[in-house]
Design a protein around this ligand. Sequence first.
Ligand code: GTP
Ligand code: MG
Length: 224
Amino acid sequence: MAGVAWHYVLKFIITGDAAVGKSSLLVRLTDQRFLANPDPTLGVEFGSKLITIPEENKVVKLQCWDTAGTESFRSITRSYYRGAAGCLLVYDVTSRQSFINVRSWLQDVREHADPHLTCILVGNKIDLCADDAGAAAAAGGGPRRKREVSTDEGELWAKEEGLLFVEASAKSGENVEEAFECATRNILEKVRRGVFDDDRSPGVKLSKPSSGVALNEDIRGSCC
Ligand SMILES: Nc1nc2c(ncn2[C@@H]2O[C@H](COP(=O)(O)OP(=O)(O)OP(=O)(O)O)[C@@H](O)[C@H]2O)c(=O)[nH]1
Ligand SMILES: [Mg+2]
C-alpha cells in the first residue's frame, strides 16, 4: 500500500438524540480523547479519519457528519443524510427514552438517505454502568448510572431492523473504532457486490492512488 492515500472515501452520518454522545464518539475516533463537557452541536460538525481494513488491504477515508440531536436542527441535519454510505444511530444505554427515540431517527434516515446505506446501532456510555472493576478503571472511575437498555434488547431490535449493533463508550474508547470499522466492512462488501457504485453513489468514492497525501492524515473542523 506504499504511496497510497486511500482506496475509498466513505460518507458517514452520526445521528440520535441530544446528549447521547455522538460528538464524543467522533472526537474519540478522530482525536483519541474524551471531552467531559463538550458544547451541544449546532447544526452539524465534520470529522475525518483514515482507517485500514487489513484483511482487504484497503485504506478507507471516513468523512463523518456529526448531526445535532436537538429537535430545532432536525430539518437542517436531515439534508446531510443524502448520499451517506454509513450511519451511526446512537442511543445512551442509561436512557430508555433515547432508545425509544432511535426509531424516529431511523425513520428519518430511511426517508432521506440512500436505501442501501449501512446502519449500525450504537449503545453508548457503557462505562457508566460497567459493573466489573476492570471496566470501571478503564473508564477512569467516575459516576455510575443504572442501565436502562439491556444488551439483548438493543441487539434484538437491531436484528429486527436489519442493523448492525455494538455497545461502546466514547469515554473509555471501548468499541468506538470497531463500530466504524464494522460498518465500513459491511459497506465494502456491498461495493464488492455492486450495491454501491462509484458513479451513482455520492457517499462512496473510489480514489486513484496518490502519493501527495500522508497516510496518517486526520482532520476535524466544524460548520453551521
Ligand atoms: N460517561 C460517559 N459520558 C459520555 C459518553 N459519551 C458522551 N458522554 C457525555 O455526554 C454528554 C453529551 O455528549 P455529546 O457528545 O455532546 O452528545 P451529542 O450526542 O453530540 O449531543 P448533541 O450535539 O447535543 O446532539 C457530555 O457531557 C459527554 O461528556 C460516554 O461514553 N460515557
Ligand atoms: Mg454533538
